[in-house]
Design a binder for this molecule. Structure first.
Ligand code: AMP
Length: 148
């Protein structure tokens, strides 16, 4: 490898690791809270989102920082205390089931016949950054295991 391409690689690597670090920092810095989140603004159409599915209970839109060719977030339109999965109570069973079923519907709509991944991050150690429960639907590439 030439000196200049090695330098370019170093710059690229440091860029990648600093953006990974800042994502992690953002999640770790996000304090679990009941305050309204950016997702309320999306639900209330105060900020735009690329919506791919909507019904009376659930909204699904493309993630602003996609981690796969298809990366969609599914959220309940009414949070009802569900800042994260760890806050789930028995009364939330219906919406939780509806979110998962909708993930399957949207995966089909997106043509993810060969498989996909569904993720719910919870709390600081789960790297949750937005405290309005959401299901990540990721697809369009081979997923790896274990996740990071
Ligand atoms: P989590 O880290 O599991 O809490 O996921 C929150 C997700 O919300 C991240 O993947 C962000 O990229 C995504 N996100 C944050 N703001 C927006 C936005 N305005 N539109 C779409 N996705 C967003």
């Amino acid at each position: 490898m030439s000196h200049s391409s090695s330098n370019r690689l170093q710059v690229l690597n440091s860029h990648i690791s600093s953006s990974m670090a800042s994502e992690k920092d953002a999640a770790l810095a996000a304090v679990p809270s009941d305050s309204p989140t950016i997702f309320d603004k999306i639900i209330n159409k105060e900020i735009p989102a690329n919506v791919v599915y909507e019904d009376d209970k659930v909204l699904a839109f493309r993630d602003i920082a996609p981690q796969a060719p298809t990366h969609i977030l599914l959220i309940p339109k009414v949070r009802d205390g569900l800042t994260g999965l760890s806050k789930a109570e028995e009364k939330h069973c219906e919406i939780l089931g509806h979110l998962l079923y909708t993930a399957k519907v949207v995966a089909k709509q997106e043509g993810l016949e060969d498989g996909y991944r569904v993720v719910i991050n919870d709390g600081p150690k789960g790297c949750q950054s937005v405290y309005h429960i959401h299901v990540h639907l990721l697809g369009g590439r081979q997923m790896n295991w274990p996740p990071g």
